[in-house]
Design a protein around this ligand. Structure first.
Ligand code: CA
Length: 217
């Protein structure tokens, strides 16, 4: 049986989490308190197997409790349950010694399972947090490879659109690029489809916005 010290200042959330912990086989409640001060008082008396703590508490931050239990003689596992999923909070908690980080959304239903994972040596982390941490290690691989793929418009389409943007008629463009009027018109149709626009001015606006054509030369 693993004991859990729950620190959460929102009464409803604390009661809900306490019920889930007590209902989970293999877990029992070491204590359920709302402040850093109360948690410290309980930690004077003994060490739980797990500290499950909120970060924003009325008299301090859950991070200090995480540090405290991680530095004790009997190192408790620590897991955060928070509304904050941003990098600053997550990294601070992990650096303080938390092995799990769960967001306070629908996932609280899985809290029992996450606590059991934690005592078994796992690191339960909410999916958005995991994604965030992975992104930090591998910055934007998707975006980078996507932008390296072939450009939205072909070189010839860029030529045509640039000429359109400069106010040339299809006939003038055909002559300039040594292509037929129909080829110009078919390039323009493709450009409209690719840029998802319906008019010359929208096409030019989109293309400039996307950096596909430059109007300063
Ligand atoms: Ca709070």
């Amino acid at each position: 049986m693993s004991t859990v010290l729950l620190v959460e200042d929102d009464d409803n959330t604390r009661e809900r989490l306490a019920r889930i912990i007590e209902a989970t086989e293999g877990l029992s409640l070491f204590g359920a308190v709302a402040t850093v001060t109360e948690a410290r008082a309980l930690l004077e008396k003994g060490a739980p197997d797990v500290l499950l703590t909120d970060l924003g508490l009325p008299d301090g931050n859950g991070i200090e409790l995480i540090r405290r239990v991680r530095q004790g003689d009997r190192r408790s596992e620590a897991m955060v349950i928070s509304v904050f999923g941003d990098e600053r909070h997550v990294i601070a908690a992990l650096e303080a010694g938390a092995a799990g980080y769960i967001l306070k959304d629908g996932t609280t239903e899985h809290i029992g399972k996450s606590l059991l994972q934690l005592v078994a040596g796992g690191s339960p982390v909410s999916a958005p947090i995991a994604r965030h941490l992975l992104k930090r290690l591998h910055p934007e691989p998707d975006a980078a490879s996507a932008s390296r793929e072939e450009p939205i418009l072909s070189d010839r389409e860029v030529d045509v659109l640039t000429a359109v943007a400069k106010g040339f008629t299809y006939n003038e463009i055909a002559e300039m690029l040594s292509i037929s009027f129909h080829t110009v018109s078919s390039h323009v149709k493709h450009i409209y489809r690719k840029l998802e626009v319906r008019s010359r001015s929208e096409a030019v606006y989109e293309a400039v916005n996307l950096g596909l054509i430059r109007m300063d030369d």
